[in-house]
Write a protein that binds this ligand. Structure first.
Ligand code: AMP
Ligand code: MG
Length: 361
């Protein structure tokens, strides 16, 4: 973890007869870099209150990891997974997030499904060793994949309980970082931070404008060229959350297998998309409540599973306020209309660019 706190170097230049420093400009900057939820994270805040906000943001993410991690003993999720079908008491926050996950599963016809956990385990994604599982093993595990068999009682109340169906286990890996970005947004709001950027491993939140007054520029990674970009988004007060097979995968017999599983097949999704970025306005972030970041994270995973056509239909249906950038395996970048003014093409990326309109052609 790295921390720094700096007042901007005195660069004020007074025209006229004198040159020198005026009162120190209020461009305080505080940044925390840390590792949590299996990924490198950075939160940078500017202005008065920046240092406290950055520190509280890091604590909030660490607290959520202890609550939501599958692999940490004592987390709500490990308790639920070892509950053997009996009701397990959880925090109201965990129950609220599971209720949000349920609604995103429902909205996407089960393409997003936190009960994918036993299948993800069979591929070894939570262990050091990964391998292609036998089809009959997968078939048996798929029987228990069904978000509708997870019973959440007590809503967000303190008496919340979760009961899993037979053979079920849950994994919030597809939504937890997005929820963490919502909670970082809430911390920044509570501290009245006007300008900040949070990078939680593929999950980006930007608040206000950059200290120089310009928009934040967020690169959409080129899934086929590490370090390259498929385009750049210029945003303010928004979440931009990307899912891609390139983010975590292994190879067996020369073939890549990635970590986003299609709940229909039990195999890594092969929908033709190689990355999905979902963008939504920041809105009013609230402590302990899933917001737009959670939605973006669930939908980036789900749309990756659903593929181009279904993703476009889902966006066009308009039930949820979001925009998206889809990158296809055959070299196209599809940008939904609402991002036309925010998206910059990358000249030498080799991709062709298309805008997706609201109406079907
Ligand atoms: P993301 O990077 O947000 O797309 O999430 C991928 C992670 O979510 C994986 O590492 C798994 O932990 C989990 N996951 C994989 N497939 C699914 C799915 N179809 N629905 C929900 N979570 C999933
Ligand atoms: Mg996700």
């Amino acid at each position: 973890m790295k921390r720094f706190f700096a007042a901007a170097a005195c660069a004020a230049f007074l025209t006229g007869l004198t040159a020198g420093c005026g009162p120190a400009p209020a461009a305080e900057e505080a940044s925390v870099e840390f590792y949590a939820m299996d990924t490198a994270m950075t939160v940078t805040a500017y202005g008065p209150g920046a240092e406290a906000a950055a520190e509280q943001a890091q604590s909030a993410v660490n607290r959520l990891e202890s609550l939501l991690s599958r692999t940490r003993e004592g987390s709500d999720i490990s308790a639920v997974n070892s509950g053997a079908g009996a009701p397990v008491p959880v925090s109201g926050e965990t129950a609220g997030l599971l209720n949000a996950a349920w609604s995103f599963s429902h909205a996407t016809g089960g393409a997003f499904d936190v009960t994918i956990a036993p299948v993800a385990d069979a591929w070894g994604f939570t262990q050091a060793q990964q391998h292609v599982p036998a089809q009959d093993a997968l078939d048996a595990l798929l029987d228990a994949v069904d978000y509708q068999s997870v019973l959440v009682e007590g809503g967000s109340a303190a008496s919340a309980k979760v009961t899993l169906g037979a053979g079920q286990a849950i994994d919030l890996g597809g939504i937890a970082k997005g929820y963490a970005s919502d909670q970082v947004a809430a911390v920044l709001a509570e501290n009245n931070v006007g300008s900040a950027m949070a990078y939680l491993g593929g999950n980006v939140y930007v608040r206000g404008a950059k200290p120089d007054g310009t928009l934040w520029r967020i690169g959409v990674q080129d899934p086929q060229n590490a370090g390259g970009f498929a385009g750049i988004l210029s945003l303010t007060d928004s979440f931009a959350i990307t899912s891609g097979g390139y983010q975590r995968y292994f190879e067996q017999d020369g073939k890549p297998y990635h970590h986003i599983i299609d709940p229909k097949t039990g195999y890594p999704a092969s929908s033709g998309l190689i990355s999905v970025t979902v963008v939504a306005a920041g809105g009013e972030a609230a402590a302990g409540i899933p917001g737009s970041g959670t939605m973006c994270d669930a939908f980036s995973t789900a749309l990756y599973v659903l593929g181009e056509e279904a993703a476009i239909d889902f966006w066009r249906a308009g039930a949820y306020a979001f925009e998206m950038v889809l990158v296809t395996g055959d070299g196209r970048v599809l940008v939904s209309e609402g991002l036309s003014d925010s998206f910059e093409q990358e000249a030498d990326s080799g991709y062709t660019y298309e805008t997706i309109g609201r109406a079907a052609p």
